[in-house]
Design a protein around this ligand. Structure first.
Ligand code: HXC
Ligand code: NAP
Length: 281
């Protein structure tokens, strides 16, 4: 899909890059010539991913344990990266989420998810953005949102308010920093099977069936599809795309919005035939 040197000489940090979609993006970016840094809280997970991806791609990949909720830890990580040169791309991918009835959530449950998703994204974006602006160095921020960010969603309220904030940050800074060489975009994926997400938001087989039923394509997205879209959005080939949230969900969001979109399930071929105008004799 891309030439092998698409991301040559790009230095990229992926938060939460040790697992799931973050790991898939790391893999793809390495294949396309980038130098990749991944961070997360669990050092052993990062080391395992680094070893695996170094063996299967040309690398280089570096692991940095960091809790993005902690501003000081983020600044220390970014300083450590900048010692060998500035980053060109930040991918805000780290997240926390689970389904729950909102009235049953404790204050810590809200703080935990908002801390990772909204504050973590702010911490990393500001740490990179300030350095880029100071040095007049171009930069690109890509954040991984969710399709429910603009409309909200029951049962994932801490995530919904956080992702909405991430999208507001994306659009706001796209304008504020756009004249100084910094691009801000986001991807809003529909369900893509990862252990981290599905164990927490679709933890039962019947919930997966429900999710598939909502989708016009009747399938989930793949990590490769997400990684390819991300590679395009951080590449110089997309340099006029700024402030956009690209939905990648097989049309699921639109199916939910259209007044008559579920008629396909309610009406049979025979029903449609019977609804055609009768020929005048
Ligand atoms: C209610 C819960 C809960 C649950 C945790 N809590 N899980 N409350 N229902 N299922 C509460 C805890 O009781 C605690 O509150 C508080 O949240 C913090 O929990 P901890 O386990 O102490 O926090 P921590 O170890 O920091 O873990 C954070 C986490 C965890 C978010 C809770 O799930 C995590 O580490 N997630 C990271 C990976 C992840 O979530 N990936 C999925 C991304 S999918 P109290 O008051 O008891 O102390 C996604 C989009 C999916 O974002 C969209 C699909 C279409
Ligand atoms: P995942 O595998 O659980 O990824 C989340 C990553 O974030 C993990 O590597 C985790 O590592 C890291 N992380 C969590 N808290 C952190 C913290 N405080 N500091 C640093 N890193 C932290 O889930 P995923 O499915 O790949 O999700 C990736 C992104 O896609 C998320 O932004 C999610 O909201 C978004 N998304 C996913 C789907 C989907 O269906 N998969 C759909 C829509 C949006 P540690 O636990 O080691 O810290």
């Amino acid at each position: 899909m891309f030439s092998d040197n698409l991301l040559n000489s790009k230095r990229i940090l992926i938060t939460g890059g040790g697992t799931g979609l973050g790991k898939a993006m790391a893999n793809r970016f390495l294949q396309l010539g980038a130098t990749v840094y991944i961070c997360g809280r669990r050092e052993e997970v990062l080391q395992k991913t680094t070893a695996e991806l170094s063996a299967t791609t040309q690398g280089p990949i570096h692991a940095l344990p960091c809790d993005v909720r902690n501003l000081e830890a983020v600044e220390t990580m970014i300083d450590a990266i900048w010692k060998s040169g500035p980053l060109d791309v930040l991918v805000n991918n780290a997240a926390g989420n689970f389904i729950a009835r909102t009235e049953e959530l404790s204050p810590r449950a809200f703080e935990s998810v908002i801390g990772i998703v909204l504050l973590g994204t702010l911490h990393a974006t500001m740490a990179c953005g300030r350095r880029w602006l100071k040095a007049n160095h171009p930069g690109t921020v890509l954040s991984i949102s969710a399709t429910y960010a603009p409309v909200g969603s029951a049962y994932v309220v801490p995530s919904a308010v956080s992702k909405a904030g991430v999208e507001a940050l994306t659009r706001s800074l796209a304008v504020e920093w756009g004249n100084r060489g910094i691009r801000m975009n986001a991807i809003a994926p529909g369900p893509i099977p990862t252990q981290g997400a599905f164990s927490r938001v679709l933890p039962r087989p019947e919930l997966e069936v429900l999710a598939l039923d909502r989708n016009p394509m009747h399938r989930f997205g793949t990590k490769e599809e997400l990684a390819n879209l991300a590679a395009f959005l951080i590449s110089d080939g997309s340099s006029y795309i700024n402030g956009e949230v690209i939905r990648m969900d097989g049309g699921e969001f639109l199916q939910g919005a259209g007044e008559f979109s579920n008629l396909g399930r309610a009406l049979t071929d025979k029903d449609w035939e019977s609804l055609k105008p009768r020929k005048k004799s």
